[in-house]
Design a binder for this molecule. Structure first.
Ligand SMILES: Nc1ncnc2c1ncn2[C@@H]1O[C@H](COP(=O)(O)OP(=O)(O)OP(=O)(O)O)[C@@H](O)[C@H]1O
Length: 261
C-alpha cells in the first residue's frame, strides 16, 4: 500500500519566543492538500509569525515545521530550492520591490531560479498577469503608480510565478474597499479551484474568511484553540470566538457569505 501523501504544512510542538515573551506554546497544526485554512486570532497573537515560520523566514525556538513532509532546514541547498518552488507567499501590503516595474517584480522569482530565456520569461509573466486579471499594459508601470487592488494582484502574480502548490496569504484583502475586496476574494477562490492549490491565509475580515475558508484555525494564548469548519468554530464557547464571530458586523458578513456560496 502506498503511504498517504505528505501534508503541505505540519507544525508540531512549535514554541516561539521574542525576548522574554512566548508567542506560541507547543502549537500543533496540520494542513491537508487542497484545503483553504484561515488563521484567525487577536492582534499580536502570532498569526503572521506562524506564516513566516511555515516558509522558513523565521525559526521557532522549539518544535518542528514540516513542509510537504520535509523538516524545514533539512537537506542541502538543492533540497531547499526544490522546496522553495512549491510555495508562494503574498505578504501583507504586497511587499513589491518599489524600484522594479510590475514586469520585473513578477519575473523576479523566475530569474532567481535561473531562467534566462527572455522570451519564455515574458510569456510566463504575461500568463501570470492574465491569471490575476491584469492588462498587459500594466507591466511597464512602477508599484507607486498602482491602486491598492492592483498591488495585491501583482503580488499574487509574483507569488504564483513558480507555479506553487501552496499559497500563503497574509491579510490578502486588508486596505481594499468592499468591491475590490470581493473581487480579489473571487479571484483567489477561482485560482484555488482551477490550480488545485492549498491555501493558508491570515485574515481579520469576516467576509474574506466566510467566502474562502474550508477550515478556520483559531490562535489564542499561544496555541490553536480550535480548528474546524466555520459553522463548528462558531459554536465554541470562548470569549475571543464569541466576540469575533457573534458581533452584529460578523453576523452580517456571514449572512452575505451564505447568500453567495
Ligand atoms: N521579529 C520580531 N522581533 C520581536 N518581536 C516580534 C517580531 N515579530 C513579531 N514580534 C511580536 O510578536 C507578536 C506577534 O506578532 P505577529 O505579527 O505574528 O502577530 P499577528 O497575530 O499577525 O498580529 P496582527 O493581527 O496585529 O497583524 C507581536 O507582539 C509582535 O510585536
Amino acid at each position: 500500500m502506498r503511504p498517504p501523501p505528505a501534508l503541505p504544512v505540519e507544525l508540531k510542538g512549535v514554541s516561539t519566543c521574542f525576548g522574554k515573551t512566548w508567542i506560541h506554546k507547543n502549537l500543533d497544526l496540520a494542513v491537508s492538500a487542497g484545503e483553504v485554512v484561515a488563521l484567525v486570532g487577536g492582534s499580536g497573537s502570532g498569526k503572521t509569525t506562524l506564516l513566516r515560520q511555515m516558509v522558513g523566514l523565521l525559526q521557532p525556538a522549539e518544535g518542528e515545521v514540516r513542509l510537504f513532509g520535509e523538516t524545514l532546514g533539512e537537506g542541502g541547498r538543492s533540497a531547499r530550492l526544490a522546496r522553495r518552488r512549491r510555495f508562494g507567499m503574498l505578504f501583507q501590503h504586497g511587499a513589491l520591490f518599489s524600484a522594479l516595474t510590475v514586469f520585473a517584480n513578477i519575473a523576479f522569482p523566475l530569474r532567481e531560479f535561473g531562467l534566462t530565456d527572455e522570451v519564455l520569461i515574458r510569456d510566463l509573466v504575461l500568463l501570470k498577469m492574465a491569471m490575476v486579471e491584469l492588462e498587459p499594459e500594466v507591466a511597464a508601470r512602477m508599484p507607486a503608480e498602482l491602486s491598492g487592488g492592483m498591488v495585491k494582484r501583482v503580488a499574487l502574480a509574483r507569488a504564483l510565478a513558480l507555479e506553487p502548490e501552496l499559497l500563503l496569504l497574509d491579510e490578502p484583502t486588508a486596505g481594499l474597499d468592499p468591491d475590490r475586496s470581493a473581487g480579489f476574494v473571487d479571484l483567489i477562490r477561482s485560482l484555488h479551484r482551477s490550480l488545485g492549490l492549498t491555501v493558508v491565509l491570515v485574515t481579520h475580515d469576516l467576509d474574506t474568511l466566510a467566502a474562502l475558508a474550508s477550515r478556520v484555525a483559531v490562535l489564542s494564548e499561544g496555541r490553536i484553540l480550535a480548528a474546524g469548519p466555520l459553522e463548528e468554530i462558531m459554536t465554541v464557547q470562548d470569549p475571543f470566538i464569541q466576540r469575533f464571530f457573534h458581533s452584529e458586523r460578523s453576523r452580517a458578513a456571514l449572512a452575505r457569505a451564505g447568500e453567495s456560496r
